[in-house]
Design a protein around this ligand. Structure first.
Ligand SMILES: [Ca+2]
Ligand SMILES: [Ca+2]
Ligand SMILES: [Ca+2]
Ligand SMILES: [Ca+2]
Length: 248
């Protein structure tokens, strides 16, 4: 009886873990047949304006270094607010978690990343000439330009690369340092040549204008389904294969 109960608990745990892996894991890519495929995704309505920034937690104050913590600053206000997203670990808080009012990084200042063309990029290493499932995605923190960009020390992985975890930084001796990279979303706020940052309004709440409210329960994706460009673009999309999960 005891063994049976243990077995049931263990089965439940494995099920929960595998569900989590399929749906909620930071830096995972959506695969055909995943449960979130087809979810309706929204552009971030103003004043939301997702921007990359870092909190100067590392050993070198005033300079971006590999100990600094990267955030997706949802209001683009250079302050860590509730529901901003950590893109690197900070203490017990894992990359992909949202900040809450009780966390000790709340209200800390953010600084824009040092690269003139810092943003979200991919390395076109696999599959077609273009972005595919296996192509790794990065925050390029250092790049001075979008054209001819290369991965560099202190960039951040937004997916697993050669056994290195999402949310880790590229270091001098890592094999994925100094490879060519192509912009996905540059700048992060403006919609991009390849993809758009969007969210799934999981709890369905809206404001007085009918705009979706981004909050704690909502999931954020790098979305490839429908481009959000100034001319002829779409203000929404759908979860499709190869989207990148930014929360979880
Ligand atoms: Ca620093
Ligand atoms: Ca903020
Ligand atoms: Ca490719
Ligand atoms: Ca919501």
């Amino acid at each position: 009886m005891k063994g049976l109960k243990k077995g049931i608990i263990l089965t439940g745990l494995i099920l929960a873990l595998s569900l989590n892996g399929a749906l909620g894991q930071f830096g995972s890519k959506v695969m055909t047949g995943d449960a979130d495929v087809g979810r309706f995704l929204e552009d971030f309505p103003l004043p939301l304006n997702p921007t990359l920034g870092y909190w100067d937690t590392g050993a070198n104050p005033g300079i971006y270094d590999d100990g600094d913590t990267i955030y997706l600053d949802m209001l683009g206000n250079n302050i860590i607010d509730a529901n901003d997203i950590r893109l690197t670990d900070y203490g017990v808080y894992r990359a992909g978690t949202k900040v809450t009012a009780l966390d000790n990084d709340i209200n800390k200042p953010l600084t824009p990343l040092p690269g003139q063309a810092a943003g979200i990029y991919y390395a076109d290493l696999y599959g077609s000439q273009g972005y595919d499932l296996r192509d790794p995605v990065y925050v390029l923190a250092m790049t001075p330009a979008a054209i001819g960009a290369r991965t560099a020390t202190k960039d951040v992985r937004l997916g697993p690369v050669l056994g290195l975890s999402p949310g880790t930084k590229v270091l001098d001796y890592h094999p994925d340092r100094d490879g060519p990279a192509i912009p996905m979303i540059v700048p992060v706020s403006g919609g991009g040549p390849v993809a758009t940052l969007r969210f799934y309004n999981a709890n369905g709440n809206v404001d007085g204008n009918g705009d979706p409210i981004y909050d704690y329960s909502d999931d954020v994706y790098i979305d490839l389904s429908l481009p959000s460009v100034a001319l002829g673009g779409y203000p929404f999309g759908f979860v499709v294969a190869n989207n990148v999960r930014i929360t979880g």
